[in-house]
Design a protein around this ligand. Sequence first.
Ligand code: TYD
Length: 201
Amino acid sequence: MSRNGFFVVFEGVDGSGKSTQIELLITKLKKSGIDVIIEREPTDNIIGGMIRNYAEAGDRYLSPETEALLFTADRVEHSKRIQSYLEQGINVICDRFYHSTYAYQGASGVNLEWLKTLQKNILKPDLVILLDIDPDASLIRVSGRNLTIFENNDYLRKVREIYIKFADGGEMVKIDTLKTIEEVKKEIISIFETRFKLNLS
Ligand code: TYD
């Protein structure tokens, strides 16, 4: 599979500041003449729409294995779209990808090896950035909006633990987000400059 652009994923518990940081990064990259688009999961395709309705309905009635299959089905289709952008030389920044399934469905007790097998043929990002935060702090940030079925403290604590294990294993670069927005932004830019040999100042 040819790839002419970079594919970067942002991960983190709800309220970790992903959307804000992605917006700031995109502005910076575009100012430097870098062609980049934002993607997110769940997507806006038919399966993603189904997941969103489920996540916002308030009752987590599906088994976590079914959730994992739905998120992965959404991702199989999404991977094709991302691949075609990369082939055209368009860089992609994605808000959540398969580490969300490891962390969120893994936190509900789904076997991690099975989850990894499901993701076997999914596109591999060039870089995954984990915006790490204690859910006590992150849930305060999202308290103004309707919470999804995944947003509660004890659960997000387990989600965070799994994310950290992957970061410790070297699959993600972890950034502590209990800093100012500006400090986190600078850290992300510096990671980008090093990883992709860019000069974004
Ligand atoms: P969304 O409102 O898009 O949350 P956010 O803006 O924080 O990304 O809802 C997506 C929810 O779905 C979020 O709580 C995380 C969860 N999720 C999973 O449980 N598994 C997954 O594989 C993905 C991609 C998301």
